[in-house]
Ligand binder design. Structure first.
Ligand code: HEM
Length: 513
């Protein structure tokens, strides 16, 4: 890093030629003499502006991340007696852009959140901000989260935070972000953990971290034997092993009852022999364990299968890249001990359905956080982008789009918080039955909102919304990937139908218009 000095604007002006070129960005001086030839936007454009204050030109074409990344190499000092006017985001910072944070962190009152949640959000955001660069690079290269990263997240209590409150808190998990005590950890902390994970701006990588164990581990701790739980739960929550949930098959999506993967008992009754295929299994390419829906002679059953040579996982190319480890899995004569049944044999459907409610609640947290990040980008862009001599925000049509995006998000997020409160008052099985319908409708509405937000955001960003790098990269990624939330864990159409069917179960027979 060059030694930092103070300069006058007159001094900077003298460095205005090829080979000796300085620029000013927000009262800070950058020597771009050797960088110019490497500049992705070309050298000439920089030489034309050398010696000048290029703050507006810079922020018109680059995200602030570019400056944060290059400043250690290029910054040589500051302008004497001037203060920067643009805030550089620091790891763990909360945004002050309207609606960029859930309302409690925008200064509003909440019946749900406390100081403990603020400590937690600050600390977990710092951890995730610290791996943002790695996440985004891995996303680009299709690399899964490394074992080292996974272990770090396990040891810091981040993985456990995304599983939520339960007997593992305190027993297995001693440390949580922000010094939150395991016994005070609640569903609102968990909600925050999912939201912060989704803010990484790398959808495939986010799911590479969490979409395996968050939905694959619950069948183990709700249905596994004590011995199985004692072995698998700490391994996964501390980041030493990875697990995923394998329900869907090439011919079976939301229609779980028609799965074909079979498990036949051996003659001595001690094992099952599993044969079949599973498709679109997130984290499957690198998972050590698989919570698998199979058909035994008694019906649909959940089984924990450990990876061995008879389990083959192949990567499926999806629209969000290979970091999520989305896979096609073949089980060929895999021998599984009967002790690995999760729940009761033939009662797997209930285990799956119970798990789905929490999975959908988690998907809502992630997609709503993604929508919020996109709204923040749109608000900032609309303020700094000038067209036809005006800022975008000065155009009523843009303000109208922002109003629509914000009101849709705030509505679903407030409903989400309400349902989270209901969860905190219910047992796992009450939650799975009483909240099945409301959570399905919330997921339906959250992904419809994401659809509209992705669409409006793309129109606001124009060409940048269809470009994988640069100002609109988050919008591009969101628009390309929000459909995962609208399809996985039950498609929008199934969610809407389920929500109304559940309501019909309690519809009063004596009620007439
Ligand atoms: C410290 C100074 C600068 C650094 C470190 C820098 C770095 C970069 C980087 C990394 C990109 C690729 C952006 C991406 O794809 O995300 C880029 C693109 C670009 N830069 Fe710079 N830049 C600097 C200053 C400037 C200035 C002063 C201008 C003048 C207007 C400029 C014009 C451009 C243009 C036109 C592009 C291409 C944008 C596009 O593809 O839409 N840059 N720059």
């Amino acid at each position: 890093m060059p030694e930092l000095k103070t300069y006058t604007r007159e001094e900077v002006k003298k460095h205005s030629v090829e080979g000796d070129a300085w620029i000013i960005i927000d009262a800070e001086v950058y020597n771009i003499s050797t960088f110019a030839d490497l500049h992705p936007g070309g050298a000439q454009i920089l030489y034309e502006l050398a010696g000048k204050d290029v703050t507006d030109e810079f922020y018109g074409l680059h995200r602030q991340d570019v400056l944060i990344k290059y400043a250690p190499r290029l910054k040589i000092g500051t302008i004497a007696n001037e203060e920067p006017s643009i805030k550089i985001a620091q790891p763990g910072d909360f945004s002050t852009v309207p609606y960029a944070e859930p309302s409690f962190w925008m200064g509003f009152h909440s019946p749900y959140f406390t100081e403990s949640h603020t400590k937690f959000r600050t600390a977990i955001r710092k951890i995730y901000d610290g791996i943002k660069e790695e996440a985004q690079q891995s996303e680009e290269m299709g690399k899964a989260p490394s074992k080292e990263l996974y272990r770090m997240l396990g040891e810091e209590g981040v993985l456990a935070s995304q599983i939520g409150p339960g007997p593992w808190m305190g027993k297995v998990i001693k440390k949580l972000p922000g010094g939150v005590k395991p016994e005070e950890f609640d569903f609102f902390h968990e909600l925050i953990a999912h939201q912060e994970n989704a803010r990484l701006g790398a959808p495939g990588f986010c799911d590479g971290i969490s979409s395996g164990y968050v939905i694959g581990l619950p069948p183990v701790f709700h249905g596994g034997s004590d011995a199985l739980k004692a072995k698998v739960v700490p391994e996964v929550l501390l980041g030493r092993k990875r697990i995923c949930l394998a329900i869907t098959e090439p011919t079976t999506g939301s229609d779980v009852s028609s799965i074909r993967c079979s498990a036949k008992r051996t003659a001595d009754g001690k094992h099952f022999i599993v044969n079949g295929v599973k498709k679109w299994i997130t984290n499957g390419t690198f998972a050590d364990y698989f919570s698998v829906a199979v058909k035994t002679e008694k019906g649909i059953t959940m089984l924990l299968i450990e990876r061995d040579d008879n389990v083959e996982t192949k990567a499926i190319k999806t629209s969000y890249g290979a970091s999520a480890g989305t896979s096609y899995i073949t089980f060929e004569n895999v021998k599984v001990p009967v002790e690995n049944i999760l729940g009761e044999e033939g009662k797997g459907f209930f285990v799956i359905m119970a798990n789905f409610c929490k999975e959908r609640w988690y998907i809502c947290a992630a997609i709503n956080a993604g929508s919020r990040s996109v709204i923040e980008d749109c608000f900032k862009w609309a303020n700094q982008r000038k067209v036809f001599g005006k800022r975008l925000i000065d155009q009523p049509v843009i303000r109208n789009k922002l109003a629509s995006m914000i009101s849709e998000l705030e509505a679903v997020e407030n409903w989400h918080e309400n349902l989270t409160y209901q969860m905190s008052k219910m047992s796992y099985f009450e939650m799975a039955t009483q909240l099945l319908g409301p959570v399905a409708l919330l997921k339906y509405r959250s992904t419809r909102a994401a659809h509209n937000i992705a669409d409006d955001a793309s129109q606001i960003f124009g060409g940048r919304a269809i470009t994988k790098t640069g100002m609109g990269k988050n919008v591009e990624a969101f628009h390309r990937t929000y459909k995962f939330a609208a399809i996985l864990g039950g498609s929008e159409e199934i969610m809407a139908d389920l929500g109304i069917n559940q309501a019909m179960r309690i519809f009063p027979k004596d009620s007439k218009l």
